[in-house]
Design a protein around this ligand. Structure first.
Ligand code: AMP
Ligand code: GLY
Length: 440
């Protein structure tokens, strides 16, 4: 039977999911914006807010969806996966309760401690901001200050890196958060490993399959300066590891994901681990309950196993298929509105030259365009407050993939900002040197 897949979300990550689904299924998509890349692939797109569980179930019903994939965490937190599952549409994405592994950072750290998940940093949680400030004063060392709830990746402040301890305390007093986590500052290089996960139900093996490591770049400006963003771009190598990692580092991350999944028998969807490779080994920065954005755009284009086979196996209680990946490196770079993330210029008309992306492909490499949080209106394409579009270069090496991504960026017209340093030999070498120095 051919599948009818409902996709929730309208960003770059969801454009990548849409591309992975369409070869093997009919696609229907809903989001609060009209993403032109997804619209071109889907039989129908409907404007429905990602958190409107009732509206999404009604759409699933209208189109006879046999499967659903939820992209954004806001939808998971709003119970969209629960509502679709209750309506009989198997959803690759966790329940709101299981998604707390992402949506409640205090729960996430306590969960790690209770279940003895490896890689948990030293932490404390606070509801009283005065007590949190006292803890900052008394703590011997730097701390990461994390609001417990969702902040689009932009709520964390790290002392000794982005802010002083005095600024961290002022931030806590001004921001008026209900709960915060204060945890040991981890020093090292970050990497992401995403896993496909099926619930334990009716399955004796093959619950979890992992994908190659990716490095995202959270800071807004080149040289890792400026405020944190949702992610300005990312790269992956031709194998599972990154140039600054040993195979053992990747295995340590996989062990963390496996022990997390063991402690969450009902979990299904993507489990995303954000790791810090430190002098003492691999530590967990956070978990997400969905694909990373941009990381989905590195991972799905090189996945050779049909993504729909993963979805149907997860639904049907079969072991998930072993995953095959094309051994190509990828470099993804986002074009974001001027002023992003602090003061993004929404509603600006932009041009994206699709032909220049196509021209960036070479004999040995490919170039892909992913639309993100843009709005396609009758008279053209407009920015929203978030990232506009991404290009991905694919080639045998990170260096070659980076050159292709830069060529493809000729697609970006005026008014957009890009981190040109992502995936360059200089930047990758700095990562390698950093880890070498930590391990010394
Ligand atoms: P999160 O929202 O938890 O992903 O945090 C955003 C960013 O803050 C991460 O990508 C890290 O760069 C940084 N961060 C979070 N926790 C820590 C930590 N314990 N030590 C150092 N940096 C951190
Ligand atoms: N790349 C970071 C995130 O998706 O949260």
């Amino acid at each position: 039977m051919s599948e009818t897949v409902l996709l929730v979300g309208g960003g770059g990550r969801e454009h990548a999911i849409a591309r992975a689904v369409v070869p093997d299924a009919d696609l229907y998509a809903c989001a609060s914006n009209r993403n032109p890349g997804i619209a071109e692939l889907a039989a129908e797109t409907r404007i429905v807010d990602e958190t409107d569980a009732e509206g999404i179930v009604a759409f699933a019903d209208d189109v006879g969806a046999t499967l659903a994939v939820v992209g954004p965490e806001s939808a998971l937190a709003a119970g969209v996966a629960d509502a679709l599952d209750d309506a009989g549409v198997y959803t690759f994405g966790p329940s709101a309760e299981a998604a707390r592994i992402e949506t409640d950072k205090a729960y996430q750290r306590r969960f790690m401690r209770e279940h003895g998940i490896p890689g948990c940093p030293d932490f404390e949680t606070f509801e009283d901001m005065d007590a949190a400030c006292d803890y900052i004063d008394a703590y011997d060392g730097d701390l990461a200050v994390k609001p417990a709830g969702l902040t689009g990746g932009k709520g964390v402040r790290v002392t000794g890196d982005q802010v002083t301890k005095a600024e961290a305390k002022a931030y806590l007093r001004d921001a008026d958060y209900d709960r915060v986590v204060l945890e040991e500052r981890l020093i090292g290089e970050e990497f992401t490993v995403q896993a496909f996960v099926a619930s334990e139900e009716r399955r004796s093996s093959g619950r979890i399959r992992t994908t190659p490591a990716v490095q995202d770049h959270k800071r807004a400006y080149e040289g890792d300066e400026g405020p944190n963003t949702g992610g300005m771009g990312s790269y992956s190598d031709a194998g599972s590891t990154l140039p600054f990692m040993n195979p053992g580092d990747y295995d340590e991350a996989v062990e963390v994901l496996e022990s997390t999944v063991d402690a969450l028998p009902d979990y299904k969807g993507v489990l995303y681990g954000q790791f810090m490779l430190t002098a003492d080994g691999v530590r967990v920065v956070e978990f997400n309950a969905r694909f990373g954005d941009p990381e989905a755009m590195n991972t799905l284009p090189v996945l050779e196993t049909p993504f729909c086979d993963v979805l149907t196996a997860a639904r049907d209680g079969d072991p998930l298929p072993e995953l095959d990946f094309d051994s190509q490196a990828t470099v993804c770079k986002y074009a974001v509105p001027a002023g992003y993330p602090t003061d993004p210029e929404a509603g600006a008309r932009i041009e994206v030259d699709e032909a220049s992306v196509a021209r960036a492909a070479t004999d040995d490499g490919d170039a892909l365009l992913f639309y993100a949080s843009v709005d396609a209106r009758e008279d053209g394409l407009y920015t929203t407050t978030s990232r506009a579009f991404a290009v991905v270069g694919l080639a045998e090496t990170i260096t070659d993939a980076e050159v292709i991504a830069e060529d493809a960026l000729a697609a970006a017209g005026e008014g957009l900002r890009i981190r040109h340093d992502i995936g360059t030999p200089d930047l990758v070498q700095r990562r390698i040197d950093h880890v070498a120095q930590l391990r010394d």
